[in-house]
Design a protein around this ligand. Structure first.
Ligand SMILES: Cc1cc2nc3c(=O)[nH]c(=O)nc-3n(C[C@H](O)[C@H](O)[C@H](O)COP(=O)(O)O)c2cc1C
Length: 648
């Protein structure tokens, strides 16, 4: 067979294992971890899904090697805890039985121990150890590790690697990046020691060399070791790419892959985990440069999931291996799709951070576009239905598309009716926002997937009770979505008031001075884009904060972008009056006026309640999903739609 992406599909030998292709799964911490540090069943399923999806190697993260100095409460592996080795062995099995290489990440958080903990109060009970004495930005004291402690930690890395190998892992990844302990030693910003571990680079790499040498000694010469590093720390005072190259060179003799990420978790979360505001593959240049200085395979990571882009990276020799994190949460089947020339069917990560935001809030993992995340225990497959039913899906937004495709995959006879002339629903507006293009494309991809699954798609078709009666479906899924709320206050008819649709889909030109009323996620993104286009964007919100509906990871990143773009923000502000060309508003300082060219109304959505009521008795099985239930977000719409289709 002729492969569309031949370079991505080519195997590569790493130590004594063969990667079946060039696409690997990044370490992605699971949340089903028992209190003693043992992986639970959902954790096993979490990693297994990516092995089944065709990844060459799946790295289990993040094994705490030295709990005495690192209280990050993640996975632990010790023979002292009964059953622990067995639990890890089953996880390694679950990866290997699908043909992937099972790897495990060995890690120490150093002075940022406890960062992950859900109960932040417990941080106070932990010891925080780093290369040097100091105080963390959050006020926590940091103690410099003694030589004895360093020796102990080095030995602990070797012990962990030995046990991991015994459990059947075929490779280890050593985390030397993102600002964790080994990175802290490498970094001139963190490492202020004046002994043999501090000062010039040859001293700062000493700890890493000791750790890697001890692991090598423990696992033998052929066992693959992957070094994960930040190619550049990318903050003032941290090491740069030049030094990143020298670090890679100083360590390459001890490892088999150099895996180049970027940044430092504490100083640039949106760099270690490239946000939607950064380009796809934003770290490739780091791997490309480091590759010029070393003679072992180099991997790149960060915002990757597009097959053509990944093929180009490998084909052009910028990196030998591409690693995906969130891409494989959104669609664990990416490698299988690439191998099968179905690159256009990849469901791409939105980089919305739902995956990371859920853990601190609910101690779970979710994904906006992959409703199977969290179902690792219940079953992740879409089982065929007992017999085929006639299914009518009403609405061609993301909820309708997901429901229709899932029902069709189960063998049902599915018709999807959309009253407009295009599929995608509310996602269509996202095409106007460069940073939300992936969200727009989600609708495009799902339309293709529906077509390929055999869904009968009827555009410009409004479904009412009479239509449904005539149609005679066994099951109706009501995914009619929501519509924009209008301005909740009177305004002069001469004022130019635009909806988000007018602006994004209608091509309306808003003028130079634009007032956006409503500082939720939609209003914030609108103001940001207008400001980036050179308009003066004035953002008004009655509540005391912006984007309160955004998740806790995405929100600070969005707010920083808004600040950088110089959006004129007014929170805790009441709009009193809208005249033809000026707005009157009041805040804690009194009443003010502001002239404008146009007003964009972003005050939220309301369910299409009348359409829902019309269809409540449309079939023996009726399920209402997504915004039609209550305006929420993609995560909810996709989740409800998928499960509605499973219930038919
Ligand atoms: C849910 C989640 C959990 C993660 N857990 C870890 C981890 O335990 N160890 C680690 O080194 N990186 C971890 N990362 C970072 C990823 O390995 C990866 O470097 C990052 O997500 C950027 O790659 P991406 O843009 O392909 O997602 C995690 C990322 C996510 C999204």
């Amino acid at each position: 067979m002729k492969r569309d992406y031949p370079n991505l599909c080519k195997p590569i030998q790493i130590g004594n294992v063969t990667f079946r292709n060039r696409m690997c799964s990044a370490p992605l911490g699971a949340t089903d971890i028992l209190p003693d540090g043992t992986p639970g069943p959902r954790t096993l399923g979490w990693y297994e899904s990516r092995a089944r999806g065709g990844a060459a190697a799946v790295t289990v993260s993040e094994l705490v090697v030295h709990p005495e100095t690192d209280g990050s409460q993640m996975l632990r592996l010790s023979l002292a805890t009964p059953g622990q080795l067995g639990a890890f062995t089953y996880v390694a099995d679950a990866i290997k039985r699908h043909g992937a290489v099972a790897s495990i990440e060995l890690s120490h958080s150093g002075q940022y121990a406890g960062t992950y903990m859900v109960d932040k109060k417990k941080k106070d009970e932990l010891c925080q150890y780093g290369p040097s004495d100091g105080v963390r930005p959050d006020g926590m004291k940091v103690k410099a590790l003694t030589k004895e402690q360093i020796d102990d930690i080095v030995a602990a890395y070797a012990d962990a690697a030995t046990l991991a190998k015994r459990a059947g892992f075929q490779m280890v990844m050593v985390h030397c990046g993102h600002g964790w302990l080994i990175n802290q030693f490498l970094s001139p910003w963190f490492n202020k020691r004046d002994d043999e571990y501090g000062g010039p680079l040859e001293n700062r790499v000493r700890f890493a060399r000791e750790v890697l040498s001890a692991i090598r000694e423990a696992v033998g010469p052929q066992f693959p070791i992957e070094l994960r590093m930040s190619g550049s720390e990318l903050f003032d005072g941290g090491y740069d790419l030049d030094e990143g190259c020298r670090i890679a060179k100083a360590l390459e003799d001890l490892v088999n892959i150099i895996h180049v990420s970027a940044g430092s978790y504490q100083f640039g979360f949106s760099i270690t985990h490239p946000s939607m505001f950064r380009e796809h593959g934003c770290n490739v240049y780091l791997a490309e440069e480091i590759k010029k200085h070393v003679s072992i395979p180099v991997a790149t990571v960060g915002g990757l999931s597009d097959a053509a882009q990944m093929e180009e990276i490998v084909a052009s020799g910028k990196a030998d291996i591409v690693v995906m994190g969130r891409g494989l949460i959104a669609d664990p089947e990416i490698p299988n799709k690439v191998m099968a020339n179905r690159g256009d069917e990849i469901i791409k990560c939105l980089r919305c951070f739902v995956c990371m935001a859920e853990r601190p809030v609910t101690q779970t993992r979710r994904c906006a576009v992959n409703p199977r995340v969290g179902r690792e225990f219940e079953g992740m497959s879409v089982a065929p239905a007992g017999y085929s039913k006639k299914v009518l899906v009403v609405g061609g937004g993301i909820a309708g598309l997901v429901a229709a495709r899932t029902a069709a995959l189960r063998g049902h006879d599915v018709t999807l009716c959309e009253m407009g002339s295009e599929l995608g629903g509310i996602l269509r507006t996202e095409q106007a926002l460069p940073f939300k293009l992936d969200m727009y494309n989600l609708g495009v991809t799902y339309a293709l997937l529906c077509e390929r699954a055999g869904v009968d798609i009827r555009l410009n078709t409004k479904v009412d009770a009479a239509f449904a009666d005539e149609f005679g479906a066994d099951a109706v899924i009501v995914a009619v979505g929501s519509e924009a709320r209008t301005l909740p206050m009177p305004f002069d008819e001469a004022a130019r008031v635009l909806s988000i649709d007018d602006l994004y889909l209608g091509g309306e030109e808003p003028g130079d001075e634009v007032v956006i009323i409503g500082g939720g996620l939609t209003g914030c993104e609108c103001a940001l884009q207008l400001a980036r286009e050179g308009k003066k964007a004035h953002l008004f919100e009655i509540r005391d904060g912006l984007a309160i509906d955004a998740n806790i990871r995405n929100r600070p990143i969005l707010l920083a972008e808004i600040e950088d773009a110089n959006v004129d923000v007014h929170v805790s502000t009441v709009t009193e009056q809208i005249d033809a060309n000026k707005i009157v508003f009041s805040d804690a300082d009194g009443q003010h006026e502001l002239p404008f060219d146009s007003i964009v109304c972003a005050v939220g959505q309301r369910s299409r309640a009348a359409d829902v009521e019309e269809l409540r008795d449309a079939a023996p099985f009726v399920r209402i999903v997504g915004d039609a239930v209550r305006p929420a977000n993609i995560t909810t719409a996709v989740y409800e739609a998928f499960h509605a289709a499973l219930d038919i």
